[in-house]
Design a protein around this ligand. Sequence first.
Ligand SMILES: Nc1ncnc2c1ncn2[C@@H]1O[C@H](COP(=O)(O)OP(=O)(O)O)[C@@H](O)[C@H]1O
Ligand SMILES: [Mg+2]
Length: 176
Amino acid sequence: MYAESSTWQIILRSRSARDTEAIGERLAEVLQAGDVVALHGPLGVGKTCMARGIVRGLGFAGYVTSPSFTMVNEYQGRLKIYHVDLYRVRDVRELEGLGFTELMWPEDAVTLVEWPERAQEMLPPQALTVRLDWVEGASQDRWIIIGGHGADQREVLRRRLKEICWCSPLTPPDPT
Ligand SMILES: Nc1ncnc2c1ncn2[C@@H]1O[C@H](COP(=O)(O)OP(=O)(O)O)[C@@H](O)[C@H]1O
Ligand SMILES: [Mg+2]
């Protein structure tokens, strides 16, 4: 499991939903307008939980719900945030005319996308990837792999994450 096109990755271990939210909050600290975060992982693993942390970390204090029915939820924190869920999308053509390109290339906002693989070809190549997966034998634990491109934020991000959870060294993605 790795973040395919990233230039670096950090592997984390979350031990609870609260951990995952806290990881999201810290990830939010390094986000800037124009950033896209692709949240990969199976149903129920914690993508919305992570997105909730990111939205909170970006300064929105209200209630954050899953956009699985609305497809897009919008929040205003220190930046505008679009929280997108493509679970119900079966064909990328369903997104035509919905302003989806604008969501994937936000100018003055941050976009968080659950089930990004449903529209992989529309995702910007520089998107940050977050992959969540089950930890065998520990129902509350999750592996979280963050993959990125820009070198500027990675050390800061790792330092902040290390304060709250187990965190691998920064590595290039495993090519296997
Ligand atoms: N370590 C963890 N990280 C995230 N969620 C967890 C964790 N442990 C248990 N959970 C639970 O798993 C569920 C994740 O749900 P959700 O975030 O909606 O998943 P997804 O959006 O990936 O379908 C929540 O009920 C949450 O409380
Ligand atoms: Mg979800």
